[in-house]
Each structure stands twice: as C-alpha cells, then as structure tokens.
Design a protein around this ligand. Structure first.
Ligand code: MN
Length: 202
C-alpha cells in the first residue's frame, strides 16, 4: 500500500470531532523495535484486534477468538483498515453510533521482531509472515498466513494467526474478554466503560 494512502480508509470511517480515537500523524521512535498491540473491542460483537507496526502504520486484523498460545489453535484473522501508530495506546469508549462504537482496552502490547527473510511488508503482501512477539502477555513466535484472497469487491480476505511451537507455547488458549485486564491500566472492559460514563471520566 503506498505511503500516505494507508490511513485513507481509517479517516473516511471516522468523525474525529466525535470519536475519542486518535487521528494519527505522529512519528515513531526511530531507534525502537516495531510495536504490536492486541486490543479487546466490545463492539456489536466482542473481538480482539491484532495490530503490527509496519512501515509507519498499524496493520490490523480482527481476531474473533483472540490469539492463542497453543500451536494447534488456528485463529481466524480478518484484515481491517490500517490504523495510526498512536492507536496502540488507545483505550476508551467509542460512542454508540460511531464507527466501531463500544469499549476498547489494550489487552497486550510490546514489540515484535520480524522473522522474515526480506522486508516484513513484502512477506505480508505474499501472504505469510512470521514474527516474534515480546509483550507482557504474548511472547514467542507467531505466524500470519493468508488463507483466502479478497474477492473482486475487495472483501472476504481471511488469514490465520497461529502460535509457533517454541518454549513460549502453552496449553492456555482462549482468553475470556469479559475477565481480561488491560496491560496498560489493569482495568477490565467494564471498568473502562464505567469510568467513561462517570462525570469527568475517560
Ligand atoms: Mn475492532
């Protein structure tokens, strides 16, 4: 995706006078490793959003059941529009009636190291990319693999997110999004929603 066009869809879908989400435009730490974030998004359906920093944006997939630490679990990952880097810090409530209305928490965040031979973006373009996560919850190797290309209308593309069999693999697989706590604030979805609803809350 050409630079500068990457966030067009993100901006088109949102009204930044209404949504608390970041409009983007900031830079990244040039010395740091690229970031990843996994958010839990309590929208019309509760899902996980998996995002990897690639070439100045957060490439994004909605993962309905969330990442698994169990290498036999193949988790459906549906690509969504690129998000700005600042989105990795976003936790709060998107108003009902806004695009993606509902509560968001940062379930996990950290850095990742590409395990691809060439550029990570090229590997993604070819439909398969491995990487090593260094988060507070998720660690070790994972792979994203495209299993179905987009149709003529640009929709219907699917990927799988799978844990590699390494020393960080575990039998712990499914995270209950209702009980999960933010890696940033320790709060649950319910607590973030309650804080936003209280006077002066956010
Ligand atoms: Mn989402």
């Amino acid at each position: 995706m050409p630079a500068g066009k990457a966030l067009t869809e993100y901006h088109r879908k949102r009204d930044f006078d209404s949504t608390p989400e970041p409009a983007g435009g900031g830079g990244r730490d040039p010395d740091g490793e690229p970031r990843f974030v996994v958010q839990i998004h309590d929208a019309s359906t509760t899902h996980f959003d998996f995002r990897l920093e690639v070439d100045g944006v957060l490439r994004s997939w909605a993962v309905p059941k969330g990442p698994s630490g169990e290498p036999h679990d193949k988790r459906l990952a549906v690509p969504t529009e690129d998000h700005p880097l600042e989105y990795a810090d976003f936790e709060g409530v998107i108003g009902q009636g806004e695009y993606g209305g509902g509560t968001v928490i940062v379930w996990d965040t950290g850095t990742f190291r590409p395990l691809t031979d060439g550029p990570f973006a090229t590997a993604l373009a070819h439909g398969h990319a491995s990487f090593r996560l260094n988060g507070t919850k998720l660690r070790g190797g994972y792979a994203l693999t495209r299993t179905r290309p987009a149709g003529a209308d640009g929709r219907g593309e699917t990927w799988l997110l799978v844990k590699k069999a390494d020393r960080y693999a575990s039998a712990r697989s499914t995270t209950d999004p209702r009980r999960a706590r933010s890696a940033r604030s320790g709060r649950t979805l319910r607590q973030v929603a309650a804080a936003a609803a209280s006077p002066g809350g956010r």
